[in-house]
Design a protein around this ligand. Structure first.
Ligand code: OSB
Ligand code: MG
Length: 377
């Protein structure tokens, strides 16, 4: 950790835990379910005269990974927040270390750890990207298009290509894959195109999966089960298109095993999925050492989670366009005052002050909060 001339040690004085519900402009469908409303935990940590914010990525149902809103909220309320409030931590890595003996719950751990990264950066008066060690000033982004009728997807592809997005990712599912790709490739033969199966195939689908090799895809995201690196090794040995792992990578060890065994050749890093920025950085560094490209995934976050993702994208090895597209694609109104919008496929780094560099719209946050509680020392 570089010496930024740290201010006097500060204590985490209190934590606020909220649950928000924000309707999506339109439903977002992936192979394992449909999201209509974004339900998300928000954590606010206070100390050193500053406030740090983060947003959790758990879903109401365990349809992406096993963690849910209920389990994630319980873990934060009963275990993680009481363990840190009233204490001093020299840096965010100390928080990550203190959570390590507790199994899983990466999404809950990430929310608390990320809020501390924001708080810690603000106490030092530095932007989060700088504290994370970022070097990139241009953040290239793509879009993730949910499952819809083929004609609707074609319109969406056209719209987003026109807006300058640098890569189009199509959500696919069993029975909605090759025909969709035929239609999109017929009209857009040269765009950077990827697919995301969200675990819907097995090796019994090998004949179909082989055909994906013929569409010139940049990569195929998470074709097989979330907890099965072994079968991805087999699939990658057969396909020439790189496999990109998302759900399968929840820890640094997962990533090491995936790279050592060639289970995938590109990694989607979601800070909320891997337990926070500390582990996200470790995974990033490992991929850098392996010369494996990474990109930043998203979970249809509001501006708070989105801002964290953008800052993370400044690290060197984020060499492929991520999913952190314009907030206005998802929400009519955001929980922050600033609008996080792309132009020509580039996302500006929020810089309204230190930390994640955004301003919370407290009136709106109150209006969409379904619960709010405070944990004091
Ligand atoms: O697999 O990347 C995924 C959204 C919810 C659950 C899983 C995924 C996604 C996305 C959305 O692809 C990306 C975004 O935030 O725009
Ligand atoms: Mg994915």
């Amino acid at each position: 950790m570089p010496d930024h001339g740290l201010r006097a040690p500060f204590v985490i004085e209190s934590a606020e835990l909220r649950l928000i519900e924000l309707p999506l402009l339109k439903p977002f469908t992936i192979s394992s379910g449909t999201m209509v409303t974004r339900v998300a935990p928000i954590v606010v940590l206070r100390g050193g005269g500053c406030e740090g914010y983060a947003e959790g990525v758990a879903d109401v149902l365990p349809d992406y990974l096993p963690e849910t809103i209920v389990s994630s909220m319980m873990m934060m309320r009963d275990v993680l927040l009481p363990a840190i409030v009233g204490k001093h931590f020299a840096n965010p890595q100390e928080i990550e270390r203190s959570f390590r003996p507790w199994r899983d719950h990466q999404m809950a751990k990430a929310t608390v750890e990320m809020a501390f990264w924001d708080l810690w950066s603000k106490v030092q008066g530095l932007p989060l990207w700088q504290v994370l060690g970022g070097t990139r000033s241009q953040i290239e982004v793509g879009v993730s298009l949910g499952i819809r009728e083929i004609f609707e997807t074609l319109e969406e592809v056209a719209l987003h290509v026109e807006q300058g997005y640098r890569r189009i990712k199509l959500k696919i599912t069993t029975g909605h894959d090759l025909k969709l790709l035929d239609a999109v490739r017929a009209r857009f033969p040269n765009i950077h195109l990827t697919v995301d199966a969200n675990c819907c195939y097995t090796l019994a689908d090998l004949a179909l999966l082989r055909k994906l090799d013929s569409y010139g895809l940049d990569y195929i995201e998470q074709p097989l089960a979330w907890n099965d690196l072994h079968d991805h090794v087999r699939l990658q040995s057969i396909l020439s298109t790189p496999i990109c792992l998302d759900e399968s990578i929840r820890t640094l060890a997962d990533c090491r095993k995936a790279l050592q065994s060639d289970a995938g050749r590109i990694i989607n890093i979601k800070v909320g999925r891997v337990g926070g920025h500390t582990v996200a950085k470790q995974i990033h560094d490992l991929c850098l050492a392996y010369d494996v490209p990474v990109w930043c995934g998203g979970m249809t976050e509001t501006g708070i989670g989105r801002a964290h993702n953008i800052h993370l994208c400044t690290l060197e090895q984020f060499s492929r366009p991520g999913d952190t597209s314009s907030s206005s694609r998802y929400f009519k109104q955001d929980v922050i005052v600033e609008r996080l919008e792309t132009s020509d496929g580039l996302m500006p780094i929020p810089a309204n002050g230190a930390g994640i560099g955004v301003t919370v719209d407290w009136d709106f946050l109150d209006a969409i909060s379904t619960s709010a509680e405070t944990i004091k020392a």
